[in-house]
Every structure is written in structure tokens, then in C-alpha cells.
Design a binder for this molecule. Structure first.
Ligand code: PMV
Length: 333
């Protein structure tokens, strides 16, 4: 009986969004995110060495059931990863994976699940450099490179963060004001439907996007603003910037060829309410990933005010104005 090992990796939410690839698994623009406390992937695995150099998934259980689709997708990703890197031996893998967040919640599971896979290979092949593990995770799914460790991460090349680069993410928590260290993230699930377009297909549509050069420019100038605003106590300008970026991501989707919309009527209703909340002076804002879920972000010192607003039903009722809500927050370690 081979020993069974356990590994976990957190999901993350990006404020500056990676959208579009270049030269394989590199991003057309820099991205910035923080890891979540309650949303993570738990991976149990065992392995046996093979005489050839193949990496073969012998079995894959996802949330207690065999999952052929996921297994096939993983095999393609592993093949691509191991065509690019040096590794000492092949192996047969026996995997069991689950997420601590609901499947259709709108939290990107690729970040945490691919980060967990990269950490598994690091353990099997005795790779101790986090930078190499982050780079391996990037090959499996771009956003996963920001989920190897906890905290705030930046992926891309920028003069603002020394040692930042395209290969792997860098931890930027020390450059982020403590007021952001316990940022709250309430995730409003706005639909049970499987989203209309996968992130991989969304990235592809950026290749010939008519606003590609504008997107590259705007992420550069927005990065400069993020760097400045993350150094001081969370303020209204910061949350306006966060929303601007989320809306731009979805505007790119709506102006791609073919265009598509991932937001649902419930998403829009909640987004408007959050903007209203900010107009009342509460420091908060929303962000969106590639889906219909709305992430309400606010510093912990606003918890009382936001909770009161929430309890007074301005966000409507579970099942009516939203499907569910997950209460999460930034995790640093
Ligand atoms: O890592 P991918 O290929 O699933 O892309 C993720 C893209 C976004 O979640 C929309 C943005 C981001 O930077 O996490």
C-alpha cells in the first residue's frame, strides 16, 4: 500500500485581472490578487514510480466520484507541462480532490486546483523553490501561479515590484497596507447555471480583440494606481478602481467576436446596491471574475455597517435576489 499524502491550495480573487494569453501560458497583462480563507482545494494523492518517463493518472475522484472529463483535461495539461520542464522520473498517480466551496459558486476552481497539482509535483520531485512551483502552476492555469502561498500576489513584469516577472508570481503582501490584510470578500452567487464560456475560450477571444492594445495600456496605468492605493488605508478611490477593472473585464467579453455576457440580472442588481452603499460613505466595492458571481469587498472595520445594511434586506433574500452567499476573507498565512 502506497502512502497517501495530503496537500491544499487556496483560491484567489484578482483585482487586476489576467485576461488573454501570449506565447503559450504567459499573460498579456499583469495581474494582482489575494488568497481566500475559506475557498480551497484539498488534494489527496499517492503515486508509484514508472520505468518510462510518463505521467499517468490512474484514477481521479472529484468530490467522491470518478470524473473522466476532469481527468482528461488534467492529462492534457500535465502533458503540456512536462514537455517543457525537466523531471526525474515518470509516475502513476491516484488522485482524490475536492473543493471547500460549492461547484457552481463562481469562484474560479482552476486557481486552487492547479496550484494544488503543482504543489503535489513539487513534493513528488522534491522541488523546494516556490518560484518554480508557481511557474509550474502557471503552466497548468495562469491564475494558479498566484495561489501557491497565501497573501497578496502579483504576476507580470513591473518596475513597481522588484523581481516581478512573467514566469511566476511574487508575494507583495509587505507592500500592501495592513488595512487590506483582512479584506472581506462576500461572494454573492447569482446563478446556478454553468457559465456560457470557459476562461480558456475567453482568453482565446482576446487574441484578435479589437481593444487588445487599449486593454494592455489600461492595465498598465491601472496597475500604477493600484500600487499607490494599496500603500494607504483602503479608501473610496481604491474601491472605484476595483470596480472599474471588473467592468472592463466584462466589457471586453461584451465586445469580443463573438460577444458574450456572463453577468446575470441578479449580478447587476447587487452591483448597483454595492455602488449605492459606497455613495453612503461605506468603504466597499465589487469585483467580478469570469462569471456571474459578485464579490463584495470591504475592510474588516466596515463589517458592522455592511452587515447592518445586509440585514436590513437591501440585498434582498436568499433565493430571490441571489442564490447563495459565501462569507470569505483575505488569508495571509
Ligand atoms: O487561470 P485562468 O486561465 O482560469 O484565468 C483566470 C482569469 C480570471 O479569473 C478572470 C482573472 C484572474 O486573473 O484570476
Amino acid at each position: 500500500m502506497n502512502p497517501i499524502y495530503k496537500i491544499s491550495a487556496p483560491s484567489n480573487i484578482a483585482l487586476l485581472k489576467y485576461w488573454g494569453k501570449i506565447h503559450g501560458q504567459f499573460a498579456i497583462n499583469p495581474s494582482l490578487s489575494f488568497t481566500l480563507s475559506n475557498a480551497e482545494t484539498l488534494l489527496s494523492y499517492s503515486y508509484t514510480k514508472r520505468d518510462d518517463r510518463k505521467i499517468v493518472i490512474q484514477s481521479l475522484m472529484f468530490e467522491g466520484k470518478p470524473h473522466e472529463d476532469f481527468k482528461n483535461k488534467l492529462e492534457i495539461k500535465f502533458e503540456s507541462l512536462f514537455s517543457k520542464i525537466e523531471y526525474p522520473f515518470g509516475c502513476d498517480l491516484f488522485l482524490e480532490t475536492e473543493n471547500t466551496f460549492p461547484h457552481s459558486s463562481g469562484i474560479a476552481s482552476s486557481a486552487s486546483s492547479m496550484a494544488a497539482m503543482a504543489k503535489m509535483f513539487a513534493a513528488i520531485f522534491k522541488i523546494s523553490s516556490d518560484n518554480i512551483v508557481s511557474s509550474m502552476a502557471r503552466e497548468l492555469s495562469g491564475s494558479a501561479c498566484r495561489s501557491i502561498n497565501y497573501g497578496w500576489h502579483f504576476w507580470g513584469e513591473s518596475k513597481f515590484y522588484l523581481e516581478s516577472n512573467q514566469q511566476h508570481a511574487v508575494n507583495i503582501t509587505k507592500f500592501v497596507h495592513p488595512g487590506f490584510h483582512n479584506l472581506q470578500d462576500w461572494i454573492f452567487i447569482c446563478s446556478n447555471n454553468v457559465k456560457g464560456l470557459s476562461s480558456s475560450d475567453g482568453h482565446k477571444l482576446m487574441e484578435n480583440h479589437r481593444f487588445l492594445s487599449q486593454r494592455i495600456q489600461s492595465t498598465q496605468s491601472r496597475l500604477e494606481k493600484f500600487v499607490r492605493l494599496l500603500k494607504v488605508t483602503p479608501n473610496l478611490d481604491f474601491f472605484e478602481l476595483v470596480e472599474e477593472e471588473a467592468l472592463e473585464l466584462h466589457a471586453l467579453m461584451m465586445t469580443s467576436n463573438p460577444p458574450y455576457i456572463l453577468m446575470e440580472p441578479k449580478s447587476l442588481a447587487i452591483m448597483k446596491k454595492i455602488s449605492l452603499l459606497r455613495k453612503q460613505g461605506i468603504h466597499c466595492g465589487y469585483t467580478l471574475d469570469a462569471g456571474s458571481a459578485v464579490h463584495l469587498l470591504f475592510p474588516k472595520d466596515q463589517l458592522g455597517l455592511v452587515s447592518r445594511y445586509f440585514e436590513e434586506n437591501y440585498f434582498g433574500h436568499r433565493g430571490q435576489d441571489f442564490v447563495d452567499v459565501l462569507f470569505d476573507e483575505c488569508r495571509l498565512s
